[in-house]
Design a protein around this ligand. Structure first.
Ligand SMILES: C[S@@+](CC[C@H](N)C(=O)[O-])C[C@H]1O[C@@H](n2cnc3c(N)ncnc32)[C@H](O)[C@@H]1O
Length: 336
């Protein structure tokens, strides 16, 4: 079973990569019809926000006003428009600010996600560097982290003395691992990703946040490098993952921004990928927390019950919009 599963997974995941490779660099093409700066070069921040929002709308860019606000706030050194002083909005942009707004606005016109345009994004209480094509963390994943923290608190009580070890599969920008490290001082995290860019970005974010001492990041493929994972990351108390999970039929309807993320985001053949995670869980952690698509929990439950006798499917949790998005599994014989 083990051999067949790994072989099957390899084929499915890698056929997924080549199928969608053509769209990966869609938004890295040059901007189509960039907006001209004002003739006298005088424009206030407020006017620039309106101008770029209109321009984004004309070009069918999603969330035109928000995009424009994020870009201009960023150029003015703030995260959101609310943080920018009212007076500052009515001031004329300096030459350098105006050039920067035009540069970033033109990038957004290529449909590059605004998080890549401004090269940063907030996840819970962390500010993270973002770089294409590493997956941009989503709000649901903040819910996953909250769920894990709450679950661990219930299991461990208020005890803060015991050390904890965790493995994150597919760390991307490091959002999950770094959030957990920030919240649990006794935690050591092993994070792995098959993408070199993701591994580098996680390390960069860890260094910026001063969390690098309790983090080991490895360039490993969860399917191909099972032995290396076991030797480098074993033992751990829990495994957490927000694995690739877009179904291929979803690809037809996705926005260009998301298509540009391709496999580093969510594309894959889900149940089989999960099977491989589950397989490793038998040798590794006591608990497994997964963020999945709403259609996956019953599939995962069935697979666990049929093929993974050492694992117990504990429960499915819903996200804030009441969609079943999180699975909790437990090694049999563990009672929390
Ligand atoms: C949906 S992203 C999640 C990233 C990050 N954990 C987050 O929540 O923002 C999935 C991550 O899994 C990684 N990945 C995909 N297949 C993998 C594999 N076979 N082995 C290791 N990592 C993989 C991708 O490179 C990507 O960074």
């Amino acid at each position: 079973i083990m051999f067949k599963t790994i072989w099957f997974l390899n084929r499915l995941i890698h056929s997924g990569v080549s199928k969608h490779r053509s769209v990966v660099r869609l938004w890295s093409n040059a901007a189509d019809g960039a907006v001209a700066p004002p003739a006298d070069c005088r424009i206030t921040a407020e006017q620039a926000i309106r101008l770029w929002a209109q321009h984004f709308t004309l070009h069918g860019i999603s969330e035109p006003l928000l995009s424009s606000q994020y870009i201009i706030s960023h150029v003015l050194g703030e995260k959101t428009l609310e943080c920018v002083q009212r007076k500052r909005l009515r001031d004329t942009l300096t030459d350098r600010e105006r050039e920067r707004v035009w540069e970033l606005g033109s990038k957004r016109l290529t449909r590059m996600p605004v998080q890549y345009v401004i090269e940063e994004w907030d996840f819970r209480d962390l500010n993270l560097k973002m770089r294409p094509p590493v997956f941009i963390p989503r709000p649901e994943t903040e819910e996953l982290v909250n769920l894990v923290l709450e679950d661990l608190r219930l299991i461990r009580g208020e005890s803060h003395t015991t050390d904890l070890r965790c493995l994150e599969v597919g760390c991307g920008s490091g959002a999950i691992s770094l959030s957990l490290l920030r919240s649990i001082p006794q935690l050591r995290v092993f994070a792995l990703d098959q993408s070199q860019t993701a591994v580098c970005l996680t390390m960069e974010n860890a260094n910026r946040l001063g969390l690098q001492d309790r983090l080991d990041v490895h360039l490993l493929d969860v399917i191909k490098d099972a032995d290396a994972i076991l030797s480098k990351c074993n033992p751990v108390d829990f495994l957490i993952s927000n694995p690739p999970y877009l179904l291929s039929q979803d690809m037809e309807t996705l926005q260009t921004e998301i298509l540009g993320l391709d496999l580093l985001g969510k594309t894959s053949s889900p149940p089989n990928l999960f099977l491989s995670y589950a397989f490793k869980c038998l040798c590794l952690p006591r608990r497994v927390y997964l963020e999945v698509a709403p259609c996956h929990p019953p599939i995962i439950q069935q697979l666990i019950e049929e093929m993974m006798p050492g694992l117990l499917y504990l429960e499915t949790r819903c996200d804030l919009t009441n969609r079943p998005r999180f699975c909790i599994l437990q090694k049999k014989g563990e009672d929390g």
